[in-house]
Design a binder for this molecule. Structure first.
Ligand code: IPM
Ligand code: MG
Length: 394
């Protein structure tokens, strides 16, 4: 979208959603505004409804206006969806349908979830600090296929005289769906340590056997410099906490990626810290549609109390600048501001070792804004420095 130093004008759709979503999106927007003003860009923010908030207002978790805005915008920033209010098992519509529908409608098949524990937050993790040294994992989760999108059925069980039911969720993957996500993961691996771990359950599932064969072929034919290993998902769940520093890029199907990334968040110290980018196919002229959201949920029990960790959302905003707007220096300015803030010990209760002195969402955000407005990006490149170039978005 820009050459270095060019001034950029872009529209960002904000979808705060439910629970702590509005609090963390307000934080991310404040940081984006600060960075835009410092670097001379003009960002226009337009807010829309999604999830439970959209069900309450319109009956639809993904209103047409929201989808139209997201299609037009240069990037979409989303908070979280869901909560006990809309959780009844018999509810006709659910907040999560809004998020899944949006990912599907925008064709966002590649979900990138970087897991890089911060040294000064080691106390928040249940692991010993030395266990976290050199942990830098990028999980690439397939986001628009598999069991979350397969046919769902609930029917009476004719064999059950007590009136029991049969529930079915179908898991499907096509060769083409696997090929495209593996290519994204392999390109990212090449820009990192060149190691790709493909996670499946090929000893049991047909979809996983197709997954494994396809990964082997694509890497063999197209990525001779990537070292690939296959790992069963149960074994990976163990490996992830036992030897996390050995992992580089991990590629996996939708549900396994959902589960493993919540587990990986424990390495970082709190799920509130982790960002994500959901990307579609490149759209030409260096543009790539993208949805950016923290991986945490709506956290209804702490919503409205001003203690939600805004860092996952703020780092997601950095990923938006990197992948959808090609603004690498600006993305790094945010990542640096977050590091400085965390190093000063200005953190929310979920990662504070002394909860009595923990900071509020607003205090953390204010500090990140201050650092993002005043410090320069001249610092060592993070491991993912060239990701935007790799994915053709720079
Ligand atoms: C996530 C969330 C969503 C998912 C839910 C809210 C549908 O858990 O982004 O990880 O399962 O993808
Ligand atoms: Mg999840």
């Amino acid at each position: 979208m820009s050459g270095a130093g060019d001034s950029v004008a872009a529209t960002i759709a904000t979808l705060p959603g439910d629970g702590v979503g509005p609090e963390v999106i307000a934080a991310a927007q404040a940081v984006l505004e600060a960075v835009a003003s410092r670097f001379g860009h003009s960002l226009i923010f337009r807010e829309a409804l999604i999830g439970g908030a959209a069900i309450d207002a319109t009956g639809n978790p993904l209103p047409n206006d929201t989808l139209a805005l997201c299609r037009e915008a240069d990037g979409v920033l989303l908070g979280a969806v869901g909560g006990p209010r809309w959780d009844s098992p018999t509810a006709p519509v659910r907040p999560e349908q809004g998020l899944l529908g949006l990912r599907h409608a925008l064709g966002l098949y590649a979900n990138l979830r970087p897991v890089v524990p911060h040294r000064s937050l080691a106390g928040a993790s249940p692991f010993r600090p030395e266990h976290l040294t050199n942990v830098d994992i990028l999980v690439v989760r397939e986001l628009t296929g598999g069991i979350y999108f397969g046919e769902k059925r609930l029917e009476r069980d004719p064999a059950d005289g007590r009136g029991g039911e049969i529930a079915t969720d179908v898991c499907t993957y096509t060769t083409a769906e696997i090929e495209r996500i593996v290519r994204v993961a392999a390109e990212l691996a090449l820009a990192r340590r060149g190691r790709l771990t493909s996670v499946d359950k090929a000893n049991v599932l047909e979809t996983s056997r197709l997954w494994r064969r396809t990964v082997t072929r694509i890497i063999g034919d197209e990525f001779p410099d990537v070292a690939v290993e296959h790992m069963l998902v149960d074994s990976c769940a163990m490996h992830l906490v036992q030897r996390p520093a050995e992992l580089d890029v991990l590629v996996t199907e939708n549900m396994f990626g959902d589960i493993l990334t919540d587990e990986a968040a424990v390495l970082a110290g709190s799920i509130g810290l982790l960002p994500s980018a959901s990307l579609g196919a490149p759209a030409g002229r260096g543009r790539r549609s993208g949805l950016y959201e923290p991986i945490h949920g709506s956290a209804p029990t702490i919503a409205g109390r001003g203690i939600a960790n805004p860092i996952g959302a703020i780092l997601s905003a950095a990923l938006l600048l990197r992948y959808s707007l090609g603004l690498e220096a600006e993305a790094r300015a945010i990542e640096r501001a977050v590091r400085l803030t965390v190093d000063e010990g200005v953190v929310t209760p979920d990662v504070s070792t002394d909860p009595a002195r923990a900071a509020s969402t607003g205090t953390v955000t204010g500090r990140v804004v201050w650092h993002a407005s005043t410090t320069g990006p001249g610092e060592p490149a993070p491991a993912t420095a060239s990701d935007s170039a790799v994915l053709g978005t720079a």
